[in-house]
Design a protein around this ligand. Structure first.
Ligand SMILES: *[C@@H]1O[C@H](CO)[C@@H](O)[C@H](O)[C@H]1NC(C)=O
Ligand SMILES: *[C@@H]1O[C@H](CO)[C@@H](O)[C@H](O)[C@H]1NC(C)=O
Ligand SMILES: *[C@@H]1O[C@H](CO)[C@@H](O)[C@H](O)[C@H]1NC(C)=O
Ligand SMILES: *[C@@H]1O[C@H](CO)[C@@H](O)[C@H](O)[C@H]1NC(C)=O
Ligand SMILES: *[C@@H]1O[C@H](CO)[C@@H](O)[C@H](O)[C@H]1NC(C)=O
Ligand SMILES: *[C@@H]1O[C@H](CO)[C@@H](O)[C@H](O)[C@H]1NC(C)=O
Ligand SMILES: *[C@@H]1O[C@H](CO)[C@@H](O)[C@H](O)[C@H]1NC(C)=O
Ligand SMILES: *[C@@H]1O[C@H](CO)[C@@H](O)[C@H](O)[C@H]1NC(C)=O
Ligand SMILES: *[C@@H]1O[C@H](CO)[C@@H](O)[C@H](O)[C@H]1NC(C)=O
Ligand SMILES: *[C@@H]1O[C@H](CO)[C@@H](O)[C@H](O)[C@H]1NC(C)=O
Ligand SMILES: *[C@@H]1O[C@H](CO)[C@@H](O)[C@H](O)[C@H]1NC(C)=O
Ligand SMILES: *[C@@H]1O[C@H](CO)[C@@H](O)[C@H](O)[C@H]1NC(C)=O
Ligand SMILES: [Cu+2]
Length: 632
């Protein structure tokens, strides 16, 4: 009989404990993915993506060195899916990383697919769908990996897992086309209806006096960063995104989507009072605050269930801990000067279809006909030429075992939590808001921390910059993207093709990966356009729409729309703009955008008063889109 861990966690842990005597265990999860119904905020019941008939989803657990096998059975019936194990380096198993059309083909409805990898890291992670904008529909949960040699072992009495998130009442299927629409040229993101702790509200956590709890906190949300604090208690941070840190005391933290913290909370010595803990969504991300929205979620540390649950006090200034100041426990020193530097300027704008897009420089990511990893595997020595991956996969080829520096300049007035797959990275510089572009001429090794903070998801400040480094010691295809799902959907994505010739040498892709492609009728060899004969001929590769028609600039349209909105004429202007003929080629693109439930792309959210959307200088070659066919 196949034991499902998700059904029998306690029993499974027992079995694992037994099998571990002989060494690392194999932990098997059988995930039957189906629609269920859920109403976590008590305001609205909706279809939600469940596993084995349940939502909230099971928390995955393992011990360092375990092999994880996740057998996915996609029984959604009407949506493709994939799973990404966020923060896992997937060292030697880049084909198990999960992003759709990057390291695999999507798992079509009715298809099965096995993820199989060994965990060499411990700490707080999560798993989530990496198929287009799907995970906010429910397919996301924590993944905790324990470590027998944990340095803070003995300093706490009990471990707790806690997720925090935003929550939408409508499905992404409905929200994405509304968002990526020419009626929304500024890219104003949908505002969540609620915030949740552990996929509920008013969560009560029973605690004992005089004890220390190690809390693993994950933001599994789609959009909102959240301020987190525990009334009457401080947090002692000991881990960030899987990186152990020196103890750092914080009264409040800010956690962006996809980020994780472990911290210790020590309870009072007496039980006379219960204490609230709060998650407060960062409303500077929201273009407007709808009437009646409660952007806070409350839970309670319950010392005595007979005592009242106090209403949280209002906080008028958020005084959150600066994660840049964290010091990794292993004291890994600053990496040397880089061999390769990549500068990415974050831009928001409108393309010729009148819809809002996001760009690194002038490139808005579009997934390609052939998953990028399969292009690596089938283009021989040409795999070191970024051109074979298609211009709009925004690919950068990294040499093996070199030092890479990524500079991200924010030309947008919103925050962006950037995530790199396959690595954590040393954050060596991060500016405050409005600091403008990073000035490399002004910086040298001595300006950077001797022991930089490391994590895998870092928040970039509005109109600011950040710089990070990592060594390319993990051959694979690794996405770099904003973890705000809306921005991902708008194209705020780049692809790091790390040591492609090493991938070719060491990787064998299991047969079920190719079967997934066949089931979805997706080619799995050749360049981005599926050309296996002349891999330098990219004709037919997927591309976003061309630029705005002559005479229009994004800045102009945005200014016009906003000035008219302020004159209460906004709707008229939007419909006037919407009536401009964008050309037949773009109509196909529009349908493709709506139909495509496939890749991440994206845009920024900002308050109208401060929005400056820059016009990308995009080219005019609008190409025929074929992703609509893939989706059928
Ligand atoms: C949590 O409590 C608040 C205040 O009583 C209430 O408005 C809200 O509906 C509760 N949430 C849930 C999911 O029950
Ligand atoms: C798929 O089915 C679910 C459950 O009935 C429904 O809520 C959802 O909107 C459907 N999604 C698509 C893309 O058709
Ligand atoms: C998957 O779960 C659904 C809903 O609980 C159930 O109807 C179906 O039989 C399950 N499929 C498999 C293969 O277990
Ligand atoms: C995990 O495996 C590595 C060798 O790959 C070994 O050095 C380490 O001690 C193992 N850790 C545990 C906790 O078993
Ligand atoms: C997982 O991968 C390992 C190593 O390649 C292999 O030995 C094992 O058979 C695989 N397990 C499954 C269930 O695919
Ligand atoms: C949060 O939910 C997970 C999964 O259901 C559970 O394991 C965990 O104990 C919960 N955390 C708290 C603090 O209640
Ligand atoms: C929390 O930390 C702050 C600053 O480090 C300190 O002033 C305060 O007394 C601490 N509070 C508790 C409850 O320990
Ligand atoms: C609880 O009591 C112990 C022993 O008296 C003391 O060391 C500790 O500081 C107290 N903790 C708190 C949070 O007051
Ligand atoms: C949410 O909490 C913050 C911080 O205490 C407070 O300023 C704000 O008024 C609260 N919002 C609502 C809707 O209660
Ligand atoms: C991947 O594995 C190689 C060889 O074992 C090791 O040198 C490298 O540091 C690892 N990289 C990461 C990111 O874990
Ligand atoms: C690289 O591509 C060119 C043009 O298609 C081709 O002539 C050459 O044989 C390719 N090299 C390899 C190693 O595939
Ligand atoms: C983007 O800019 C580069 C460098 O200026 C240029 O070579 C390329 O053609 C541009 N691409 C698009 C899509 O505009
Ligand atoms: Cu973003």
């Amino acid at each position: 009989m196949a034991l499902s861990l998700s059904f029998f966690p306690v029993l499974s842990m027992l079995l694992l404990a037994l099998s571990r005597v002989a060494g690392a265990a194999t932990v098997v999860y059988d995930f039957n993915i189906t629609w269920v119904r859920a109403n976590p905020d008590g305001l609205y019941e909706r279809p939600t993506i469940g596993i084995n008939g349940q939502w909230p989803l099971p928390v995955m657990t393992a011990t360092i060195n375990d092999t994880i096998v996740v057998n996915v059975d996609n029984q959604l019936g009407n949506q493709t899916t994939t799973i990404h194990f966020h923060g896992m380096f997937q060292n030697g198993t880049t084909d198990m990383d999960g992003p759709n059309q990057v390291t695999q083909c999507g798992i079509a409805p009715g298809s099965q697919f096995t993820y199989n990898f060994t965990v060499k890291q411990a700490g707080t992670y999560w798993y989530h769908s990496h198929y287009y904008g799907q995970y906010p529909d429910g397919l996301r949960a924590p993944f905790i990996i324990s470590d027998p040699d944990y340095p803070y072992k003995g300093q706490f009495d009990e471990e707790l897992v806690l997720s925090v998130s935003d929550w939408y009442h409508q499905e992404m299927r409905v929200l994405i086309p509304k968002f990526l629409s020419k009626a929304n040229p500024t890219g104003a993101e949908p505002i969540p209806q609620a915030a949740l702790f552990n996929d509920t509200q008013n969560l009560t956590v029973t605690v004992q006096p005089g004890k220390t709890y190690l809390i693993h906190l994950v933001n599994v949300g789609a959009f909102a960063g959240q301020y987190i604090w525990f009334e009457g208690h401080n947090m002692t941070i000991v881990e960030v995104d899987g990186v152990y840190t020196d103890e750092a005391e914080a009264e409040m933290i800010y956690i962006s989507p996809a980020q994780r913290y472990s911290f210790m909370v020590t309870t009072k010595n007496e039980t006379s009072t219960n204490y609230a803990f709060i998650g407060s969504m960062d409303t500077t991300l929201f273009d407007k605050i709808p009437n009646g929205l409660n952007w806070n979620v409350t839970g309670w540390l319950v010392y005595d269930s007979a005592k009242p649950l106090p209403t949280p006090a209002l906080v008028d200034k958020f005084n959150d801990f600066d994660d840049f100041d964290l010091v990794p426990y292993d004291k890994k020193p600053l990496l040397p000067d880089p061999d390769q530097t990549i500068t990415l300027d974050v831009m928001m704008g409108v393309l010729g279809d009148g819809k809002p897009y996001a760009f690194f420089q002038n490139i808005s990511y579009v997934s390609q006909k052939v998953p990028t990893l399969y292009t690596v595997m089938s283009t021989g020595e040409n795999a070191t030429n970024p051109a074979v991956y298609g211009e709009f996969s925004n690919s950068f080829v990294l040499g093996h075992n070199q030092i890479n520096e990524i500079v991200v300049n924010n030309h947008d007035s919103g925050k962006h939590p950037f995530h790199l797959h396959g690595h954590n990275f040393q954050v060596i510089a991060r500016s405050e808001e409005q600091a403008g572009d990073f000035d490399p001429s002004n910086s040298s090794q001595t300006d950077y921390p001797a022991i930089p903070m490391r994590r895998d998801t870092i928040t970039l400040n509005p109109n600011g910059n950040l710089v990070f480094r990592f060594a390319s010691d993990n051959p694979g295809v690794w996405l770099f993207h904003c973890h705000i799902e809306w921005h991902m959907d708008q194209g705020l994505v780049a692809t790091m093709v790390e040591a492609p010739l090493e991938i070719q040498k060491s990787l064998t892709i299991p047969q079920d990966h190719f079967d997934a492609c066949r089931a979805a009728n997706i080619p799995y060899a050749g360049n981005a356009a599926g050309n296996t004969i002349d891999v330098l001929d990219l004709a037919g590769a997927n591309a976003p729409p061309g630029p705005l028609p002559a005479g229009f600039t994004t800045r102009g349209i945005v200014a016009l729309v906003f000035s008219c909105i302020s004159a209460l004429l906004g709707l008229a202007v939007i419909s006037w703009y919407g009536s401009v003929d964008m050309g037949a080629a773009n109509k196909a693109t529009e349908q493709q955008r709506i139909a495509e439930m496939n890749q991440p792309e994206s845009h920024e959210l900002v308050s109208p008063a401060t929005t400056v959307v820059e016009a990308p200088e995009a080219e005019t070659d609008t190409k025929t889109e074929t992703e609509i066919e893939m989706e059928r």
